[in-house]
Design a protein around this ligand. Structure first.
Ligand code: NAP
Length: 486
């Protein structure tokens, strides 16, 4: 079940929030009675509710806001039970004083806002020994592996359990929890109204992650990198899985330590595939037992696919997607790139990948970079040429590629190529897709140049990942719409 917690300060506000929550994709609404500045009017709220209610009165010791004493708290919880609230959440101190009823599921709850304690199993056993029909525990995750400890504890509980890993590292438990036996996962009414750290919205849980249809057999994919907050991958891949009817889910994981993430989380969870982003693409290639020749030559993998008998296959879909995008535009305009001079601006991972792809198309690759030594060293390794940034407009290029972050949001007024360097008949390719129409693209177009933005590369690399993972043709139109690209 998906439950939306609401934390109103008054009965009138509670009535408003109940009406709002009624339209959201949730099965249950939790009323946090400890947040009220007045006595909750439980008969009124029960009469107004269009979905089943869970009554909670969290003490300050357990992270709540209740100002009264244990008698006041017990009396509110007892009133909820006597009125027939379907679910009532109570902590260890109140539970012995409550007269339970067969109409109400009493949930014995316990929270740790600092860590997942070493004696978690013992704590859950003690919780199960308390009076109550179900148990609920919420602990603070400090690593992705903590989600697995929560799943393990749910499995070991002698009563129906709700287990949550809180915080940024606990998102997996909120998405996969129900498929691992957690009776409830909590999702906020709106973004910014989370009742606990790391909560997603109920709508994201229901519509984006489809948590109620996930099972232990659902294939788990995701993005690993640091940072990952800007990524649209979870929108694109989850939409693609849903459209193609693939039983799979895609989660974002910020992981500062790649090896730790793989060994303590991805492998034990049985992750089926990963998109890999900065700064882990080189480490991903080292992890892969099997690699595509392109990924090997580039020296980086942005895609890992788990192999049937253990281990990973590493691929690089960035370069192939960019070359697809460039080749399609060249074909459409009757431009031949083979044998022509192309300028790649940048000397990072993407410059290397695109340079290699263009080299394989038979282009003559020249690099220019803010830090010329980096361009020289990459060019020396790959057998390419270099040109000074100040000199890029004094040459004839068939294609100019921006493989830097110059022009990316928020610095959208910058371009790495001078406006007077463009000539009609050239091509321009920007790796940036945010914004879509960079200054580089706009100035190129204004000079009659065929300009390609980074969206084709972005969608293409995701589509190729989908195809590597599922063996099916990617629903590209669905992916484009999910990315919000017109
Ligand atoms: P990277 O390894 O960090 O390299 C960044 C490059 O940009 C370096 O050459 C760096 O020059 C240059 N640069 C950064 N800030 C600059 C500035 N203010 N002025 C001049 N040069 C600057 O990054 P990457 O992984 O290669 O990514 C490069 C671009 O590709 C990024 O814009 C990224 O968003 C884009 N990308 C797009 C897609 C897609 O699907 N469309 C996929 C992946 C990446 P120095 O050597 O002097 O630092």
């Amino acid at each position: 079940m998906i439950c939306i917690p609401i934390s109103p300060a008054s009965n009138d506000q509670a009535a408003e929030l109940l009406a709002l929550a009624a339209t959201e994709p949730a099965d249950l609404i939790e009323i946090r009675m400890d947040c009220f500045d007045e006595r909750p009017d439980l008969p009124r709220l029960l009469a107004l509710a269009q979905k089943p209610l869970l009554a909670t009165c969290r003490s300050k010791a357990e992270g709540g806001k209740f100002n009264g004493d244990i008698q006041d708290r017990t009396s509110l919880l007892q009133e909820a039970i006597d009125l027939g609230f379907p679910y009532v959440d109570a902590e260890a101190d109140c539970l012995p004083g409550l007269r339970r009823s067969s109409e109400s599921v009493t949930i014995a709850s316990w929270h740790d806002f600092t860590s997942v304690p070493a004696d978690l199993d013992e704590k859950i056993k003690n919780l199960c020994d308390l009076p109550g029909d179900w148990v609920k525990f919420a602990v603070m995750a400090t690593s992705h592996a903590d989600n697995l400890r929560v799943f393990d504890a749910i499995g070991k509980a002698s009563k129906p359990a709700i287990g949550i890993a809180m915080g940024e590292f606990g998102e997996t438990s909120r998405i996969l929890g129900p498929s691992r036996g957690s009776r409830i996962t909590f999702g906020s009414l709106r973004q910014g109204e989370e009742s606990a750290p790391g909560q997603l919205t109920a709508r994201e849980l229901a519509d984006l992650y489809r948590v109620k249809s996930l099972t232990r057999d659902t294939a788990v994919y995701g993005l690993v990198g640091d940072p990952v907050g800007h990524s649209m991958g979870h929108r694109i891949h989850n939409a693609a899985f849903a459209a193609a009817g693939v039983d799979a889910v895609y989660i974002r994981w910020r992981a500062p330590n790649f090896v730790d993430f793989m060994e303590r989380f991805a492998v034990p969870l049985g992750v089926a595939g990963l998109s890999v982003t900065i700064p882990h693409k080189e480490a991903a290639l080292r992890t892969a037992g099997m690699t595509s020749p392109l990924a090997r030559d580039i020296g980086a993998a942005n895609t890992l696919t788990s192999l049937p008998h253990g281990g990973w296959r590493g691929d690089n879909t960035d370069a192939a997607a960019a070359i697809d995008s460039i080749s399609a535009a060249a074909r459409g305009s009757g431009i031949v790139l083979t044998g022509k001079d192309v300028l790649v601006i940048g000397a990072g991972g993407v410059a290397r990948a695109l340079g290699l792809g263009l080299d394989r198309l038979g282009c003559r690759v020249t690099l220019a970079n803010r830090t010329p030594e980096r361009a020289r060293s990459l060019a020396l390794e790959m057998g390419w040429r270099t040109v000074e940034m100040a000199d890029v407009a004094n040459h004839e290029w068939m294609l100019v590629v921006n493989a830097t972050s110059v022009g990316m949001h928020p610095n959208i007024s910058a371009s790495p190529f001078p406006a007077d360097g463009w000539r009609a008949g050239m091509m321009a390719f920007d790796t940036i897709y945010c914004p879509r129409r960079t200054r580089f693209v706009r100035e190129a177009e204004a000079s009659g140049v065929i300009a390609i933005d980074g969206t084709g590369m972005f969608l293409g690399q995701a589509a190729r990942q989908f195809e590597l993972w599922t063996g099916r043709t990617a629903p590209r139109e669905t992916m484009r719409l999910a990315a919000g690209l017109e």
